[in-house]
Design a protein around this ligand. Sequence first.
Ligand code: BG6
Length: 484
Amino acid sequence: MTHRIIPVDPFDLVIFGATGDLARRKLLPGMFHRDADGQLLEGTRIIGCARSQMDADGFRALARDAITDHVPADRLDTQVLERFLARLDYVTNNVSDADGWETLKDVLGASPQSSIRVFYLSVGPALFAPIVEGLAAHGLAENGRLVVEKPIGHDGASARALNDRIGAAFPEDRVYRIDHYLGKETVQNLIALRFANALFEPLWNARHVDHVQITVAESLGVEQRGPYYDRAGAMRDMVQNHLLQLLCLTAMEPPYHFEADAVRDEKLKVLRALRPLTGHDALAATVRGQYRGYAKEAENPDSHTESFVAIRAEIGSWRWAGTPFYLRTGKKLRSRLSEIVVRFRQTPHQIFSDLGAPLSANALIIRLQPDEGITLSITTKDPGPGGFRMRETPLDMSFAESAERGWRMPDAYERLVLDVVRGDQTLFMRRDEVEAAWGWVDPIIEAWETSGRKPEPYDSGSDGPYGAIDMLSREGQRWRELSP
Ligand code: BG6
């Protein structure tokens, strides 16, 4: 396998919330990996910004710990680590205090080489607008690129209000709304699979596809994020962004070019074509669940927040009318497993009907995690002379094999941050996409709230609430097993 690493131009990455969890777990280790692979050139700087009083050495010590904790020992070359730490600087900035902004301006102004400035907001959503406005007020927004984490708003109206405030400081072509699912290797491979091969596209429609299942199952619970999660729930935390993005990439028409707006235009059309689910329709087409023990973890004994959602979605388009898209996501489930399953229809006529049980239909399984890979499940003859029997055979393409050959699977954030530096918005959500996604999600949440129904309880380590299983079995279908 050829694997080329192309260095990016020197840049300044300013991380707001630099002492937080995302910075420690993903951003600092991720940038270290890029440095270790030789992708960061001299002059590249990473400037931490947070409320904590600290100097550059304090931040370097924090980064050293974060990297030692999250980077495998065999990648921890001391020389590279020292080189990486030397790139770091730190500015105390509590947003409302002018001094912090002036210091940041001075630090950035002292940069001789880099003309690319990236501001990464790895902070709670309440700080998005104040930071953006602080950057603008201090003349730092000009030519800078802004990276915003989800959640973008709590509903359509708040997302629009936030996007307006962001848009007043940064034009859309410099705003990068991160959905880290788009940075996952297999998700990009889904795009390659669909649009770089002639094999699948003729079958990629309601005539040949019986249904699609999109699952993002987690085995962990809400952990330390109880207060945030209890206000959000699985619908806002996962469906509005990650699951709908996966649905868009699965369902979209071929873009005319692999270019940011061409891809995002096609995704937007899918979001707009989703059949609206309101009132009774929304209740009939969705299942909400809450794992036993959730309310205690979330410190809200009366919580009605869902930690699991299953939805039967339909796309009103010539390509997809008649093919349901089943979405499911939840916490504290049997295993951590994310995959997209495209289940094809049965052959029009079964010539092997005398062989007993009906043959299973073909399926294409795009596995995001764990064990990234793509499997095509086909029916073959059982080998041997004893009569003619059929069996399901997986044609497996596992990316883990490339890892065995010494190729490391980069984390989504590594790719996405460098895409920002390269100025490539293809894997980032445009404003209209985010708002269209809320436009579909809002009426479902409203129907749940109006109904006053509590989510269905389910056991930790299970497949989720019974209602979700029932939802598919009523249609003669079943979810794929949650075993990894
Ligand atoms: C985040 C959600 O966006 O994605 C979390 O806020 C969730 O609740 C996480 O756990 C899952 O990401 P991954 O990459 O571990 O599947």
